[in-house]
Design a protein around this ligand. Structure first.
Ligand code: NAD
Length: 370
């Protein structure tokens, strides 16, 4: 079997610090479990602009398209804030998402018992929470035509965006949600505004049709997006997988992630289509940014990056038991009371990026031995 291939894009700010620790985790799998990855590293964001005058070179783009999975840390920082839009660090990230055609964005919101008090919601509401938002990422109102701002004859101006979805766009993202649900709690809640938007009505009809044809074993429900926003803070544990469009997903996924109360803990995955060999284009990245305020000081929480790699193990390499080892090690270390600054609580022990990573790696030895 050919080696599993990974492209690491550490990016800017705390990116290189947390990626350095993930490299150690990747080495651990080779050393301790005989699971080898062919690892390449590249530049994206401000560091690529500094080196090459562009936030993503064509060569790096081509490598991203060639590997099994891309692992990105974070891009951006004040140094590059005044560049034109196409030179800004984020433009590198947007190009990756666009050219890899990553249409499904997966954002888990999981509350670790040890961090239940980090949420702004009552512990009873979020304890044990483990939900997944699947957001359509390449269509809908952010891309629909016509769009723009025009001058009107009466001296006013008009802003227009178009919410548009075709059947295949709905089916492919709903398919990801159903497949995911089968590996989790087997429930999908589809969310739209079918009561006031035709595109939402079509969304609901097409999800129902796909469910009937291929996924009747999965429990399917529907909820209007405004109600879903409310239920996410009222009783979030009723959900398993939520699938929704680009606009509502943008909002609901941010809302869901904040239920956990800790940005340094949140991973994400963006998936594209499967090729003839059943391989999907995939990009894994923490939800947090480059945190320039703490960069270079060994203060960053590496856990969001670790959990992003765990998602890669699960979704790109089908290494479920190996992903469990990493996730369980993270949970166990949190239970021992170690905390980076972002998740620090009274009575806990504050540690650096590298000490947190050391502890998780040691714990992986123990978890794997059981
Ligand atoms: P941010 O996520 O970088 O930081 C927000 C706050 O959370 C900061 O106080 C930071 O110190 C803290 N934080 C974030 N990640 C942390 C971690 N792993 N460990 C400990 N603390 C952590 O968001 P921001 O400050 O709004 O943006 C900073 C830069 O990052 C900007 O240039 C922005 O454009 C960029 N950004 C990039 C991405 C991405 O690469 N996907 C996402 C968001 C923001």
């Amino acid at each position: 079997m050919s080696k599993r291939s990974l492209l690491l894009l550490p990016g800017d700010g705390i990116g290189p610090e947390v990626m350095r620790q993930v490299r150690r985790v990747i080495d651990w799998y080779a050393r301790k479990r005989g699971i080898e990855f062919a690892v390449e590293e590249g530049l994206v964001g401000g560091c690529s602009y500094d080196a090459h005058g562009t936030p993503l070179t064509d060569e790096t783009m081509a490598r991203a398209l060639a590997v099994d999975a891309v692992l990105l840390a974070a891009v951006g920082g004040p140094k590059w804030d005044n560049l034109g839009f196409d030179k800004r660090p984020e433009a590198g990230l947007l190009r990756l998402r666009k050219e890899m055609q990553l249409f499904a964005n997966l954002r888990p919101a999981k509350v670790f018992d040890a961090l239940v008090d980090a949420s702004t919601l009552k512990p009873d509401v979020v304890r044990g929470l483990d939900i997944m938002i699947v957001r359509e990422l390449t269509g809908g109102v952010y891309f629909g035509e016509p769009r723009g701002i025009t001058d009107l004859p009466n001296g006013e101006r008009r802003g227009v965006n178009t919410q548009v979805y075709d059947t295949h766009e709905i089916h492919r993202v709903a398919r990801v949600a159903f497949e995911l649900a089968r590996k989790r709690g087997n429930k999908v809640c589809s969310s739209e505004k079918g009561n006031v938007m035709e595109s939402g009505l079509l969304w609901r009809q097409e999800v129902i049709a796909l469910h009937k044809a291929e996924y009747q074993d999965v429990e399917l429900s529907h909820m209007l997006a405004d109600a879903a926003a409310m239920q996410l803070v009222r009783n979030p544990k009723q959900f398993d997988v939520i699938v929704t469009d680009n606009l509502f997903g943008d909002i609901l996924s941010d809302e869901a992630s904040m239920l956990t109360g800790s940005i340094g803990m949140l991973p994400s995955a963006s998936l594209g289509a499967t090729d003839a060999n059943g391989k999907r284009k995939a990009l894994y990245e923490p939800v947090h940014g480059s945190a320039p305020d703490i960069a270079g000081r060994d203060l960053a929480n590496p856990i969001a990056m670790f959990l992003s790699f765990a998602m890669a193990l699960r979704w790109s390499f089908d290494l479920q038991a190996e992903a469990d080892i990493l996730e369980n090690a993270v949970e166990n270390v949190l239970n021992t009371g170690l905390r980076t600054g972002d998740i620090m609580q009274p009575g806990m022990a504050r540690v650096s990026t590298s000490v947190m990573a050391d502890s998780i790696l040691r714990e992986m030895d123990k978890v794997a031995a059981v």
